[in-house]
Design a protein. Structure first.
Ligand SMILES: [Zn+2]
Length: 254
């Protein structure tokens, strides 16, 4: 079995499954997915994320406010409340995004720091999103001291990967790794230590080749692992086992 370490199950396109999330999950299980990490992005949709994790044994939840969703007044007490609920395995996604929402940079930094503190308080790992904000992201993480976590949907260069690895972070690759023009990213992926690699779909976005252009689903995580296996000269089964072990370790899964 394989684990999709980052998906948004509450946002999946259910049209191919006649509106049934159950059928969508089963499709992914049939493709080999044995666990799903369902990622929170804001307080309004957090209850839906929690409800899916509560209803399905193989679904786990994270709690966070995505940097693109940060606004001036955020209810961090509510965030903390959700974070203490059953089946929550991480804090995030959090981080910094200066590409889509540069105007909220200062608010994002404050939110990121609160997420880091919450993760520390609860002994949970962090799920980090960073876009056009690599040095601020890494600076805030290193200032915070030792912390476990993952750089999700990694698309940065090797020096960024190296700094994250030095901080003890895992690096998770998405369908972007399978894109024809992603040569530089594949070179980065070829260098990440095997015991720090994870795979994800970030579904419903970023469907991997050969499903590019369609709505993404957790079962397609196999395509990411396949490219990673080829890059590292190991079998798909070996790469799957490696990423499952890493994901279980980071998120403390049973
Ligand atoms: Zn995401």
């Amino acid at each position: 079995m394989i684990i999709d370490s980052h998906c948004h199950l509450n946002l999946l396109d259910l049209a191919p499954f006649e509106g049934s999330l159950l059928a969508a999950l089963q499709d992914s299980r049939d493709r080999g997915v044995g666990a799903f990490i369902c990622i929170g992005v804001d307080l309004d949709t957090q209850p839906a994320v929690m409800a899916i994790a509560a209803a399905h044994e193989d679904v786990y939840a994270t709690v966070g406010i995505h940097p693109n969703h940060v606004v001036a007044s955020m209810d961090y007490e509510r965030l903390r409340y959700y974070a203490t609920q059953p089946k929550v395995v991480a804090i995030g996604e959090t981080g910094l995004d200066y590409h889509y929402t540069p105007e909220t940079a200062v608010l994002q930094q404050a939110s990121f720091e609160l997420h880091i503190q919450l993760a520390k308080d609860l002994g949970l790992p962090l799920v980090i999103h960073t876009r056009e904000a690599r040095s601020d992201t890494l600076d805030l993480l290193s200032q915070a001291g030792p912390q476990a976590g993952v750089m999700h949907c990694f698309t940065e260069d090797w020096s960024t990967a190296k700094r994250a690895l030095d901080l003890g972070f895992y690096i998770s690759f998405s369908g972007v790794l399978t894109f024809k023009n992603a040569h530089a990213l594949r070179e980065v992926a070829a260098q990440v230590p095997l015991d720090r690699l994870m795979v994800e779909t970030d579904s419903p976005w970023l469907a991997p080749v050969p499903h590019r252009g369609h709505s993404n689903r957790p079962g397609y995580v196999v395509e990411v692992a396949r490219v990673l296996a080829e890059l590292r000269g190991v079998s798909l089964e070996e790469m799957t086992a490696i990423t499952v072990t890493n994901t279980r370790t980071l998120f403390n899964l049973p």
